[in-house]
Design a protein around this ligand. Structure first.
Ligand code: PA5
Length: 452
């Protein structure tokens, strides 16, 4: 059976002429073995491997029940989280919803569901104040997602939205509108939730933030958005089975992991994930965290970048075609558009577009994609093509698992621990020191000297 994800290297084949494919396969299989035997660095964070078939059914049911409650008593949901506690939910919701999903028209068109706003992913006062404007006169709920409970951005946003709920509903009702997704036994948010009696969901101990979208971290907001989380898990489970049972030659995830490492070894240190569907934008943002945090360490790694085409062909297209040759592209093509439009004829052809009369926008988009791939290939940018049949809960579940698995294998091929993120602490320490957090006083003085 054809897999829902296809991986094609034919436009980049000439970059692999000198590569011994058997050796490459052996390297990929060795990295794969380290992953599945759980014998590599970071092996305490491999809970995601079996998650699609081995998740907590009771919690899954509780997620559905909480989502149903939020859908029935709230006109808006504020989802508070950052990084791995944010991007997965946003990616899935944005990829599977109306492009303007918070508009009244979209909500009426789809089954009635709350508007969804993401907060706690920056420290902008304007951004938070603008969300307050939008939700304060509506019935709303909050899903605070933080494993540690002390991450500055979500903790700050939670202070604001919790108080807004308390002012609006009183302590008791506010508590029933707060859903906390956090550590199962420790941390500031866990302690607060226990004290206040918030409905709690668990960030699993053995799954790092960037691999957590198929846990409660992603699933609660995704279910509130009306997306079928059973289908999402089914897609991931089928992709898992496919990857685990398919030899290298037909194994899209292993080949993607292997060939991107070859390109890195040939000096291509930037990978651009290109898409032709605006719905895909946040999948690329999620992918950037997944690959960036997993591989960018020990002075190694491929820098993950992304472009939204054809939009960015009019801004970054020049550089990709003609600038420094440091990159390769992984193009994601969605075969079936969520909605279709056709070009009609126009008498007199005033805009010169009648040659497109009768064509679907998808056909035009497809030709833009193939034309761009050929142009960029001619410009010495190796292009991979990932084809996905359509954007559905099932295919997005498959794609999530595909990228997660390939990332684990790729990281081990690269020779790093793909499951830690030591580098993300440096900015936090400086910020705490500059803001005068107790315990950081000496460092604060030192930093201020450097700034003066
Ligand atoms: O991948 C990660 O570990 C990070 O992106 C975290 O998810 C992010 O920093 C948020 O952390 P927390 O859930 O503890 O608030």
């Amino acid at each position: 059976m054809k897999n829902v994800i296809d991986f094609d290297i034919s436009k980049a084949e000439h970059y692999f002429k000198d590569v011994n494919i058997s050796e490459l396969e052996a390297r990929a299989l060795r990295a794969n073995e380290v992953l599945v035997s759980r014998s590599g660095e970071g092996n305490g964070f491999l809970g995601w491997i079996d998650l699609p078939v081995n998740y907590d059914r009771k919690e899954f049911q509780a997620i559905k029940e909480a989502a149903a409650k939020i859908r029935s008593d709230s006109d808006a949901l504020v989802v508070i989280g950052i990084g791995g506690s944010y991007l997965g939910a946003r990616a899935v919701i944005d990829s599977l919803s109306h492009c303007f999903y918070n508009s009244k028209e979209a909500i009426e068109k789809e089954e009635k569901r709350p508007e969804i706003y993401f907060a706690g992913n920056n420290i902008s006062s304007s951004y938070i104040a603008d969300i307050i404007d939008v939700v304060k006169d509506k019935d709303f709920s909050v899903n605070i997602i933080s494993k540690s409970g002390t991450t500055t951005e979500p903790a700050l946003a939670f202070r604001i939205f919790r108080q807004l709920l308390v002012d609006k509903y009183g302590e008791a009702e506010a508590g029933k509108r707060i859903y906390a997704t956090t550590d199962k036994e420790k941390g500031a948010l866990k302690n607060l939730s226990d004290k206040e009696g918030y409905k709690e969901f668990v960030v699993p101990d053995d799954i790092g933030g960037r691999y957590s979208v198929l846990s409660a971290v992603g699933l609660l907001p995704i279910a509130v958005a009306g997306i079928d989380i059973d289908e999402l898990m089914r897609g991931a489970a089928d992709e898992r089975k496919h990857i685990m049972s398919t030899p290298f030659n037909d194994n899209e995830a292993l080949k993607y992991a292997a060939y991107r490492n070859v390109l890195l070894e040939k000096g291509r240190s930037v990978e651009i994930l290109a898409n032709y569907e605006p719905n895909f934008h946040y999948i690329a943002e999620w992918w950037k965290q997944l690959y960036g945090e997993s591989e960018g360490k020990d002075k190694k790694g491929i820098y993950p970048a992304s472009v939204d085409f054809t939009t960015d062909l009019h801004s970054l297209g020049q550089f990709i075609q003609d600038g420094t040759r440091i990159m390769f592209e992984t193009v994601v093509w969605i075969e079936k558009a969520r909605r279709e439009l056709f070009v009609k004829g126009w008498e007199g052809d005033p805009d010169g577009l009648n040659y497109l009369g009768g064509k679907s926008f998808s056909e035009i988009n497809f030709n833009a994609m193939t034309g761009t791939m050929l142009a960029h290939t001619d410009g010495d940018v190796p292009n991979f093509l990932i084809t996905v049949s359509e954007l559905s809960a099932y295919t997005i579940g498959s794609l999530i698992y595909f990228f997660e698995y390939a990332c684990g294998v790729s990281g081990y091929m690269l020779g790093v621990n793909p499951f830690n993120q030591p580098g993300v602490e440096a900015y936090k320490k400086n910020m705490f020191a500059l803001l005068g957090k107790p315990g950081f006083e000496a460092q604060g003085e030192e930093l201020r000297k450097r700034l003066n």
